[in-house]
Design a protein around this ligand. Structure first.
Ligand code: ZN
Ligand code: ZN
Length: 902
């Protein structure tokens, strides 16, 4: 493999080369080692319907950071990838493809439909795998799973039958959300609630045996055929006398009772509520309390059924128009008022859902929720960030039965068979051949499939082989971290905890890491409508994978939303280039030393905290000290899941400490061929920096590290040092606390401060970059250490002659000079060498005059009543700000003038 570091960094070339190499070497497939505790992440399976978006890229980046870090720590590390068959979503896609050809799924039949869906899913899965590999995801592809694989299918059936046998899965008529477009039941979580500007209709229901009527208010007049009572609050004086009487529904002339229920809100509408138990969840509960009958008035396509009398066959909204017109004619419509209310919509297709009572399969989840609550209460599962723990508890403690049947063709078909002869129901893991009751062979399988989230709920254990007692299950389960977006805490996390505990008796993971949303640079949510969506594939081709990953992890902390835009991507790419160039410089120096027969000590690359370098120079001690501090911090931040901060600290170290300071100082020493050579420290620091950075930027770090590795292996040494073949399996750096030397840090802080302040002064007085100026530095305790850095200060601050003296030698009145008072030192820059004093004085005075004139003008304007009354307040504010700025400027000019001496 090439080790030449060419001129410019071209991400595309190296990314594919290294990913293929890693796969060939099998680094991502862990070995089971019972003496070691494994680190395991099960990847949240992307839907087969989805092109990978930025959310997936974020998930992959954060998980890969964790996985690579743990792998480098020597833990058997498994990151198991997979995809989800995504029931409704996939069915919608395939139905759409059929519609393009003028076909329906009914026309081609269930088997042909499944064939099409499989074809499509397989292609899509390949694409998803490819995109993850593009991102550098170090998943174990040999263990890749699909929710419809034979293993997960057995798991789903086993879990179903077990819950069914325990009586926790039942079939019953319950209120569900029905999507008329998708023609299926939905769970509460699959319904989006939107505020709709609708109307409140006041309808009169005549009393059956008396004159008069009760007026009810409703947003859905077309459901009145399904009313089975009118409810009033027992305390409501207006209606007390009606309780127990009957009213007659218009049009269909049906009698229904007036009942009392404490849940009725007297302030809503008229205080009298029509009860339509088959089409409203709250009414359903009222009906349960009062034993009211359920009357279903709609067909599955939301047209009215035979219970709607003359309106039978009308679509629900057409029926509403007809009902309003007829009631108005009969004088039974009192009034209509505008009304904003929340209406459920199918989260998949955005069609208004119809709440209706329907025969479906449900899980009684309460008994499953109890141990799942306990697991978090007792701390065996930690949710990050912690604030989501309360949300989890609130949800789990109020959990409702989960509707798990879907009227779809794509998915896990419910493993229940009905006997044609005796109606007995058989739930079975394997397809039964005869009825368990009468032995009849006339069995028909339930036509429904399971909610996709049922199979995802089993994902941590089904992917590892459950219900079989496999080696994988025994070794890798419970897994370590479940990392996903906080938006699926209930859909998925809660269900995995419940199902994992139910099926295996063990928690599925120890830690839940919830990441936030990605917003654009201005903090707006990304959406196609706004046009601010970043496509990861495009970002990769423009900036490279490492830059995208780095940008995604920047500022990231558990649960917090983050921003991403051009700025972050560009700055990440600049960082990659900075590393590339720094490494090029170091490698060139290594090569030219080698040419001169000076080889590097080969033990430089030894992993871990071993430290065989013996720094003599302050700056070598300093960089080593800073490096070890960094290693200490990064490991601790990674432990706390603070990846954004860990990355930031690595960035600051690399950019500022290493590139801006240490390399610049090393260049001076290399040029003058001074001994000791800084080269071992350059190599040592770079090598460890690359390893620290590897989990964040896998490709560039491997490329640079390999170039370094080859040179170290070629170097002469009698030591027989083992070197890993890839940074992927090199050890993550461990800090050597003995290398942390506050004394050296104090000296170098002071050196850096001196150089910076001289540079600032030069910039302020516009001294030409090449011009050398005179400087005197006065110090106390650090005197001798600073004297040792004379050459560094001279070169980096462009000062000469430079005198570093004891503060005792400081004389007053030693000529006119700029004096900079610093933390540990005083820097004196004589004016004579720096600026033309006369010209500078004139410049400052002239600038001062101009500023004074402008202040006077503005002042007058801001006292002018005509201006103050006419101008808008933001204009006045702006002028006031300008005045303040000018006054500040004048102060600064005066200060500079006084410093310039006379
Ligand atoms: Zn729908
Ligand atoms: Zn039977």
């Amino acid at each position: 493999m090439s080790t030449e570091i060419t001129g410019a960094y071209e991400p595309g070339n190296i990314e594919k080369k290294w990913y293929d190499f890693w796969l060939e070497q099998g680094y991502f497939t862990p070995e089971i080692d019972r003496d070691k505790k494994p680190f395991v992440i099960i990847m949240p399976p992307p839907n087969v319907t989805g092109e990978l978006h930025l959310g997936h890229a974020l998930t992959a980046t954060l998980e890969d950071i964790m996985v690579r870090w743990h792998r480098m720590k020597g833990e058997p590390t498994l990151w198991l990838p997979g995809t989800d068959h995504a029931g409704i979503a996939t069915q919608v896609v395939v139905e759409y493809q059929l519609a393009q050809k003028g076909q329906t799924k009914e026309e081609i039949g269930r088997d042909n439909f499944a064939r099409l869906a499989w074809e499509w899913a397989n292609k899509s899965r390949e694409n998803i795998r490819y995109q993850h590999q593009l991102l550098g995801a170090s998943c174990d592809w040999t263990r890749e799973r699909f929710t419809l694989d034979p293993g997960p299918i057995t798991a789903v059936r086993t879990a179903f039958v077990s819950l069914y046998d325990k009586g926790l899965i039942y079939r019953g008529e319950r209120m569900i959300n029905w999507c008329p477009r998708c023609q299926t039941a939905l769970s509460d979580l699959e319904v989006d609630h939107k505020d709709i500007a609708g109307h409140l209709y006041y309808m009169r229901y005549p009393l059956t045996h008396n004159d008069g009527f009760i007026t009810v208010a409703t947003t859905r007049p077309e459901t009145f055929f399904g009313d089975t009572a009118v409810a009033v609050n027992p305390e409501d004086e207006r209606y007390k006398r009606f309780i127990g009487r009957n009213v007659t529904l218009p049009v269909i002339n049906k009698e229904i009772p007036v009942i009392a229920d404490e849940a009725v809100d007297t302030s809503f509408g008229t205080g009298a509520l029509k009860i339509t138990p088959a089409h409203d969840p709250t009414d359903f509960e009222v009906a349960q309390r009062h034993n009211l009958p359920l009357v279903n008035i709609m067909n599955a396509d939301v047209t009215m059924n035979e219970n709607a009398g003359p309106y039978q066959g009308l679509e629900r909204l057409a029926c509403r128009d007809a009902v309003i017109a007829d009631l108005r004619d009969q004088g039974l419509l009192e009034q209509i008022e505008p009304y904003l209310h929340s209406v459920g919509h199918c989260s998949r297709c955005q069609t208004m859902v119809e709440p209706r009572v329907s025969l479906q399969w449900f899980i009684n989840v309460k008994p499953l929720a109890e141990p799942a609550i306990k697991a978090v209460e007792e701390g065996s599962i930690t949710i990050l960030p912690e604030r989501f723990t309360k949300i989890y508890f609130d949800w789990m403690r109020n959990i409702k039965d989960w509707c798990i049947s879907r009227q779809l063709w794509w998915g896990h078909r419910i493993p229940v068979w009905y006997c044609h002869d005796c109606n007995t129901l058989t739930a079975s893991v394997d397809d039964p051949t005869s009825c368990s009751n009468c032995g009849s062979k006339q069995l028909v399988q339930d036509t429904d499939v399971l909610d996709t989230w049922f199979s995802s709920g089993l994902w941590p254990h089904s992917t590892l082989g459950w219900p079989e007692d496999t080696d994988d299950l025994r070794y890798f389960y419970p897994t370590s971290v479940m990392e996903t977006g906080y938006d699926i805490l209930f859909f998925w996390i809660a269900r995995m905890i419940m199902m994992g505990l139910e099926d295996t008796g063990k928690i599925p993971f120890h830690t839940v890491y919830l990441h936030g949303l990605i917003r654009d640079e201005t903090g707006e949510k990304m959406s196609k409508l706004r046009g601010n969506v970043i496509n990861p594939a495009e970002a990769i081709s423009k900036y490279g994978v490492d830059a995208l990953r780095f940008a995604l992890a920047t500022g990231n902390s558990p649960g917090n939303d983050m921003t991403l835009g051009k700025g972050k991507l560009e700055s990440s790419r600049n960082f990659v280039n900075k590393l590339w160039n720094a490494t090029r410089f170091i490698l060139r120096s290594v090569d030219s030393e080698a040419l001169k027969g000076r080889a590097l000590p080969r033990n430089l690359i030894i992993s871990g905290a071993q430290q065989t370098l013996e720094p003599e120079k302050i700056e070598d001690l300093w960089i080593n000290s800073q490096l070890n501090r960094l290693i200490l911090n990064v490991n601790s931040l990674m432990n706390d899941f603070q990846f954004g901060e860990a990355e930031q600290q690595i960035y600051d170290f690399a950019w500022s400490k290493l590139c801006d300071w240490y390399i610049e100082i090393a260049k001076i020493r290399l040029r003058s061929q001074a001994t000791p050579s800084p080269l071992p420290f350059l190599v040592h620091t770079l090598e460890r920096l690359l390893r620290l950075l590897h989990p964040f930027m896998p490709f560039i770090t491997e490329e640079l590290w390999q170039s370094l590795r080859v040179r170290l292996l070629n170097s002469d040494s009698t030591d027989d040092v083992e070197m890993p073949a890839s940074i992927v399996i090199a050890a993550y750096p461990i800090a050597n606390s003995e290398a942390i030397t506050p004394e050296a840090e104090r000296v170098m802080d002071s050196v850096i401060e001196i150089i910076r302040s001289i540079r600032n002064a030069r910039a302020q007085y516009k001294v030409k970059p090449t011009k050398l100026i005179e400087a005197r530095v006065y110090a106390d305790e650090l005197l001798s250490s600073l004297i040792a850095e004379t050459k560094v200060i001279e070169e980096l601050a462009q000062v000469q002659p430079l005198a570093i003296l004891s503060r005792h030698e400081r004389k007053l009145g030693e000529g006119e000079a700029l004096v900079l008072v610093l933390q540990e030192t005083e820097v004196v820059l004589p004016w004579a060498g720096m600026v033309d004093q006369v010209a500078e004085r004139q410049r400052l005075m002239k600038e001062g005059e101009v500023t004074k004139t402008r202040i006077a003008q503005l002042d007058a304007r801001l006292k002018d009543n005509a201006f103050l009354t006419k101008a808008p307040s933001h204009v006045i504010e702006k002028e006031e700000q300008r005045l303040d700025m000018l006054k500040d400027k004048l102060k600064r000019l005066d200060l500079e003038l006084s410093q310039l001496g006379s």
